[in-house]
Design a protein around this ligand. Structure first.
Ligand code: SF4
Length: 357
């Protein structure tokens, strides 16, 4: 994002941009008292004046993201000062091609936002994918907004989430979007909002299919691939390219981890335990371990394979050092632009930014 030249935007432009990012139900919103923190619901139309009052710091606006069974954004709410879990989520999501953005919340903690195309996506799919990624990074307890898959399921409004850029808190570095490598707020929050990438439902479908996730409420996942994304051919009936290469050539290090990873893939293909063990015994003969180490034993192969069959492992292990040397740049799951975590672990203070008004 180029911040060198600040574009002039009037209030109308800012409200429109804000509403294109943070909108949902149009007849109700949430708010809170900045003094006491007490929050409540307001059953009135969400007008431009309500948004402007929020941006100017007069009255906070909370958005009910869920509209029917669709949402145009989803947020994971990390209720902790530690910035590493949100960054882990951002990196893990990036791995699936899902762009996400970190906002400092009003009191402590962070929101990680994902934005979808204007027509929105099924909330059930968005929630399923974010839940899955949170499980992968071992933060499955993190709250997700919207909290429900659809409104007609006993939830007439759902739950609101406090929207970013509350003018009363922006000067103290709260409710602003931050640059993950430095944790500094983007100097021009409006230019940042203009630059966000929005995701289509098709990508959620692909992630759901790749990971064999269960879509609730009979919402089927289309099997057709999106040719615009390069004709992806990675599905549960094929081995990822790293695994093909490992099986074909053998490995030279991390034999036990490699064995486990290969067993997970072969299990995913539908191979039974005994055939997987035989395939991996053949594979082991191709291994050429470094540093004079011995080839993985039959006993070790059986142990690793049983371990892989014991639980429903879904991860592709792409971050594993055993798998990395075999990763292929043309794999649909490959994302070179992972943001590296250059964070000082103790850095939890966000530097101040200027007001947006
Ligand atoms: S991204 Fe690389 S490591 Fe991950 S499945 Fe694809 S080839 Fe394997």
């Amino acid at each position: 994002m180029n911040n060198t030249k600040k574009k002039k935007r009037n209030n109308e432009d800012k409200v429109a941009l804000f509403r294109s990012c943070f909108s949902g139900l149009s007849n109700v919103y949430g708010t809170y008292d900045p003094e006491t923190g007490h929050s409540w619901q307001v059953k009135k139309p969400v007008t431009n004046d309500i948004i402007l009052a929020h941006l100017k710091g007069k009255r906070p606006y909370g958005v009910y993201l869920l509209n029917g069974d669709c949402t145009r954004a989803i947020a994971a709410d990390f209720d902790d000062l530690d910035p590493l879990p949100p960054i882990e989520l951002l990196n893990a999501a990036q791995h699936y091609g899902l762009p996400s953005y970190i906002e400092t919340s009003k009191s402590k903690g962070f929101h990680v936002w994902f934005f979808f195309s204007e027509k929105g996506v099924k909330a059930s799919k968005a929630r399923l994918v974010i839940k899955h990624i949170l499980e992968e990074i071992e933060h499955s307890q993190t709250e997700i907004f919207p909290k429900q898959n659809c409104l007609d399921n006993g939830a007439s409004f759902g739950n609101f989430i406090n929207a970013p850029l509350f003018g009363g808190l922006v000067p103290s570095g709260k409710t602003v979007f931050i640059d993950p490598p430095t944790l500094d707020p983007y100097p021009d929050q409006w230019a940042f909002l203009e630059s966000i990438e929005r995701v289509e439902e098709q990508l959620l479908d692909e992630i759901i299919e790749l990971n064999d996730l269960f879509v609730p409420q009979n919402q089927s996942v289309p099997l057709q691939r999106d040719s615009a994304r390069g004709g992806r051919d990675l599905n549960r009936f094929s081995l990822p390219k790293c695994a093909q290469k490992m099986l074909q050539n053998g490995v030279f290090q991390y034999q036990r981890v490699s064995c486990f990873r290969l067993a997970v893939h072969l299990k995913r293909l539908g191979l039974p335990l005994d055939l997987t063990i035989s395939a991996l015994k053949t594979w082991a003969q191709k291994n050429q371990p470094n540093n004079g180490k011995g080839v993985i034993t039959e006993h070790e192969i059986i142990e690793q394979t049983k371990c892989a069959f014991n639980k429903d492992y879904r991860s592709y292990g792409c971050n594993s050092e055993a798998v990395q040397p075999f990763c292929q740049s043309d794999c649909p799951l490959n994302k070179d632009s992972m943001i590296s975590c250059k964070i000082d672990k103790d850095k939890t203070q966000i530097t101040k930014t200027h007001g947006i008004y």
